[in-house]
Design a protein around this ligand. Structure first.
Ligand code: ARG
Ligand code: GLU
Length: 695
């Protein structure tokens, strides 16, 4: 027995050592394929990525640049999160057609709703162009020269790359500029809304449950890709037809159980896994707290006002979600970094690194990197915080300040290029209309009063009575006439007068200083990455997320966040009903769903225990951008939809710990249950391919 325990211990350690990391799909041969197999996968590297045959990657697309989606039918139906489709759902919503509150279901193609500006992008192929890109780079070049040679070379490569007329190419840097890959892509721009559950399902638990397990959110929405007569990308047209994909994902009705292999395939945005300890300290001790405070001050007002008025709720829904999401994430991140002793662990790792440098005779070449980081960060920290605080106030939270900032950019642009007046006018008109579509001067004034003092400025609320910007027509009038006229009117406006010195300071001092210091740190980070790979060549390096297609794998697993507490890997519909608070804005449950639960009318969407699974956990290493990513089983069938991480593990962007970092997925059976039993959209179920791989 004892031996078995010891053996099990080693197997577990060994398996957890193989998890974490976001891998490049075209390079899975070898180590990744082996690791996946040992975790239970039946897939080959070629099943996942193949240039000549259709493969899993052909079913995965970048959703509007910030989320992931996947094709689930031969007619271009795609699935993503409710929170990824949120702003589209919101923009079709009104007091009469409150799709946020009631959900939306197209029962036929002609009921599907077009979305201006929304796009999805597929990866056609991936090519290593490192040699070409770095061919003309020498060690004695300055950082600026290096960057400009790299930009020039990569523009040349992209220009000459063979592709179809409807395809694009882009080059991205990996391992902090140690490697470069070119992507051939196809971007579809006619994407229509097909279905969304009510917010009380799609955002069930709202901010209280966000970033937290146990979770019971049906965070999904459905869109459809339309293409031209040749099945190629096209702008919106009523003549477009549903897209025929190269591959679509079958959906498994057998689901998952604890210990099953799990893989998430999507477009993670940004991670920083190779930061020095001093940087983690700066972010968690100084940078995050100031930004958390600004967002908290704004949310205090927005949350209160949204509860008071449906009109404000609809206007501010998307904005509120954006502000609240990172606010809560940063809090979790700080907590996780502290609890896991990440800074101390990183320091210990740095000692190992320094020792390895000595052993390999690399101290002269790389030995000063860590002390350089220390002094650079000391210098960088205040300006980094100041710049970000400006962004939080002038772009993220307060819209009057945002309008003055856009007006400032307008003034700069027409002063530098007077011949561009008409174009600049069109630009600012669009911006102002966009902001005013979801603007409430009373709410914004409350935000203003709360956030300005955190930026070190006195907030004079009388500005809201004396500025033209709070009323769209008045704001647009400023921008009528010739340049001289406009600049005169603008500089007489109370809000503009108030904001201009702050924007001037940002523009002329804070931002340039930040850019210059950031460049130096980035260059050192590149050198550090090179040094790490040279000094410790056998470690398991994966490139930081950079919004390119990645594979991450692990297993379905619960976790223990603290002593004597263990979270099961799977949550059920019973938990939705347990959390139900009648009429609550976060935990209300629609009558229809309660009826289905009472009647146990679950159809085929149940686990072996007869219950409807709602969410489940995995050890997949994910980040923002992975929202909407398909969670696949050992055979490449769709079993879940990634949408979040657990509270204790949100620090995985800087420090991934397989013991505690978990991604949260909606179980596809819950998605199907809602579409079929709740919404009665059997037209959509009929398009899909439902399979039973385990039987
Ligand atoms: N935390 C998840 C993500 O980072 C989900 C956000 C949507 N949910 C919400 N309550 N705001 O995007
Ligand atoms: N909800 C996040 C999203 O956008 C994914 C969760 C995460 O950050 O892990 O993209």
């Amino acid at each position: 027995m004892k031996y078995i325990k010891i053996l099990l211990f080693f197997i577990t350690i060994n398996l957890s050592a193989q998890q974490g990391g976001m891998w490049i799909p075209s390079l899975l041969n070898g180590m990744n394929e082996d690791e996946m197999t040992s975790l239970g996968s039946k897939l080959t590297a070629k099943d996942i990525y193949d240039v000549n045959n259709s493969s899993l990657k052909d079913a995965v697309c970048h959703f509007n640049g910030g989320c992931t989606s996947e094709v689930i039918s031969p007619q271009g139906l795609i699935l993503t999160n409710h929170h990824c489709g949120f702003s589209s759902i919101q923009s079709h919503s009104s007091l009469e057609n409150d799709y946020l509150k009631n959900g939306f279901w197209a029962m036929s193609l002609d009921e599907e709703l077009p979305n201006d500006g929304l796009y999805v992008e597929f990866i056609v192929s991936i090519h290593d162009v490192t040699k070409e890109i770095l061919a003309n780079i020498t060690d004695d070049m300055t950082e600026k020269d290096k960057q400009s040679v790299i930009t020039k070379t990569s523009n040349g490569i992209m220009k000459n790359w063979t592709r179809e007329p409807w395809q694009d190419v882009k080059i991205k840097s990996f391992y902090k500029g140690n490697q470069y890959f070119l992507f051939v892509t196809e971007r579809f721009e006619d994407i229509r809304l097909v279905g969304a559950p009510p917010t009380s399902i799609g955002k069930f638990g709202s901010d209280t449950d966000n970033w937290v397990f146990p979770r019971h959110t049906g965070d999904f929405s459905i869109f459809r890709i339309y293409a031209d007569a040749n099945n190629h990308p096209a702008k919106f047209s009523k003549y477009n037809k549903p897209y025929t994909p190269k591959h679509f994902l079958p959906i498994s009705l057998d689901g998952i159980e604890e210990g099953d292999f799990s893989m998430v395939f999507g477009f993670p945005g940004t991670t920083n896994e190779y930061l020095p300890a001093v940087a983690i300290e700066h972010i968690t001790k100084n940078y995050n707290p100031t930004n958390i405070a600004i967002r908290e001050a704004a949310l205090k007002v927005i949350d209160t006002e949204m509860k008071k008025s449906d009109a404000v709720r609809i206007k501010y829904a998307s904005k509120q979600a954006r502000i609240a999401n990172a606010w809560k994430k940063w809090k979790g991140e700080n907590l996780g970094i502290e609890k896991s002793n990440a800074v101390e662990k990183r320091r210990a790792f740095e000692e190992t690194f320094t020792k390895a440098l000595k052993e390999k005779g690399l101290t002269d070449k790389y030995g000063s990197i860590l002390t350089e980081f220390d002094s650079l960060y000391k210098d960088f920290a205040p300006i980094d915080i100041k710049r970000r605080n400006f962004i939080e106030v002038f772009i993220t939270t307060n819209e009057l300040m945002q309008m003055t900032y856009r007006a400032y950019q307008f003034e700069q642009a027409i002063t530098a290029n007077p011949e561009n007046l008409e174009k600049a006018k069109a630009g600012i008109t669009n911006t102002l209309k966009g902001i005013h579509k979801d603007f409430d001067a009373g709410v914004d004034k409350g935000v203003f009063i709360n956030v300005m003092p955190l930026y070190g400025k006195h907030a004079d609320p009388s500005i809201y009575n004396n500025t033209a910007f709070t009323n769209l027509d008045n704001a647009l009038k400023i921008f009528e006439g010739d340049a001289k006229d406009i600049i005169k009117k603008l500089n007489k406006d109370a809000a503009y007068q108030y904001a201009k010195p702050m924007i001037d300071e940002f523009n002329n001092t804070t931002n340039p200083e930040y850019q210059q210091k950031n460049e130096t740190i980035t260059a050192l980070q590149t050198k550090y990455m090179t040094a790490l790979m040279e000094a410790l060549p056998n470690a398991r390096y994966f490139p930081d997320a950079n919004s390119t297609l990645r594979v991450t794998y692990g297993q379905v697993r619960g976790y223990s966040p603290r002593d004597a507490v263990y979270y099961n890997a799977i949550s059920y519909l019973d938990g939705v009903i347990e959390k139900y608070i009648p009429g609550d804005y976060e935990f209300d449950v629609p009558q229809k769903l309660r009826d289905l639960y009472a009647a146990k009318d679950y159809g085929q969407y149940v686990d072996k225990n007869g219950k409807v699974p709602v969410c489940f956990l995995g050890t997949n290493h994910t980040t923002g951008g992975n929202s909407g990513s398909p969670a696949l089983d050992a055979y490449g069938n769709l079993v879940g939809l990634n949408f979040d991480r657990v509270w204790e593990g949100t620090m995985s962007d800087m420090y991934y710990d397989p013991e505690i970092c978990r991604n949260i997925m909606v179980d596809l059976r819950y998605v199907l249950f809602i579409i079929d039993k709740y919404a009665g959209a059997t037209n959509l179920i009929n398009e899909m391919t439902l399979v039973h791989p385990k039987k």
